[in-house]
Design a protein around this ligand. Structure first.
Ligand SMILES: [Zn+2]
Length: 291
């Protein structure tokens, strides 16, 4: 663990050179953040020399933040220790049919094991290797076997697997992933929206702040831009492919005591909430319950 800490600190020091002595960001960093429209509140930095009693720089040190790319040091170190530096991922190819005179009378099955280095060039080499084995023509399909990652249960499919989540201190916060410790499936929503736990932490921190909870508490929490553009108030990330971009399309607040609802038809950071009265809607008999 000491080795991990030193590694992480070394990375932080490298990124933060020259080491500032104040508890504010160095001007070039502050300028770069401003140019990128990243609010200072969305950044947390701790720079501390190994063995030093206090950090040289500490900004938003206790605020939950999405980790920067230096976190890859931890996964790299874990991979080196668990798998070893000589580890090679494999991708298997199977002929599901008879290969005669270079013609495969059936499907070619490619079974993957999550090789992160299987890029275009490696795939081309794999195809060359298959050619070297005598494969010239495939009469069937190319089938991708992803069973190594199965079974994937993102959403339990029946009512036997419903789990209750209870409020903490009178507040129940939820984003886009499973929270119940009883849920034993593989939560694919974390693959699709890996920022979901971060958003959960941001909202939980906002509503746990000292003082009485008000609608403004929730308005501010829902307009939070930490980890912009993938914050609680989510904006399209121009660095992502268009179909991978997400955005907040609406924001809703409800006061259950006064039966009042506020809706922002867009990003809550810029779209004003308009008030809706849904008391008459609730006073109607519920046909489902009555049936
Ligand atoms: Zn916004």
């Amino acid at each position: 663990m000491a080795r991990l800490t030193r590694l992480a600190l070394a990375a932080a020091l490298l990124l933060a050179l020259p080491v500032p002595v104040a508890a504010a960001l160095p001007k070039p960093v502050a300028d770069a953040l401003r140019d990128a429209a990243v609010p200072v509140a969305a950044v947390a930095v701790v720079v501390q020399e190994v063995g030093a009693p206090r950090p040289a720089l500490s900004l938003n040190a206790r605020v939950p933040m999405n980790p920067a790319s230096t976190m890859k040091l931890f996964t790299t170190l874990a991979a080196l220790e668990l798998l070893g530096p000589a580890y090679r991922w494999k991708t298997e190819a199977y002929a599901a049919g008879e290969l005669r005179d270079g013609v495969l009378d059936g499907d070619l099955v490619l079974k993957g094991y999550g090789d992160p280095k299987l890029d275009y060039e490696s795939f081309w080499l794999l195809l060359r290797q298959l050619r070297g084995e005598g494969l010239r023509e495939i009469r069937g399909d190319v089938v991708l076997d992803r069973s190594f990652f199965a079974p994937v249960a993102g959403a339990p499919g029946d009512f036997d697997e419903l789990y209750l989540t209870f409020p903490s201190e009178g507040v129940l916060v939820h984003t886009n992933h499973f929270l119940s410790p009883r849920f034993s499936g593989r939560d694919v929503s974390l693959w699709v929206m890996p920022d979901s736990p971060f958003r959960l932490a941001r909202i939980a921190t906002a509503v746990a702040a000292p003082g009485a909870l008000s609608l403004d508490t929730f308005r501010l929490a829902l307009a939070d831009h930490a980890n912009h553009p993938s914050g609680v108030c989510c904006h399209p990330d121009p660095r992502s492919a268009r179909l991978d971009q997400g955005t907040t399309v609406a924001s809703v607040l409800m006061d259950l005591d006064t039966k009042t609802m506020w809706v922002a038809d867009g990003h809550p950071c810029t779209t004003p909430y308009r008030e809706l009265d849904y008391a008459s809607f609730l006073s109607k008999p519920a046909s489902v319950a009555a049936g």
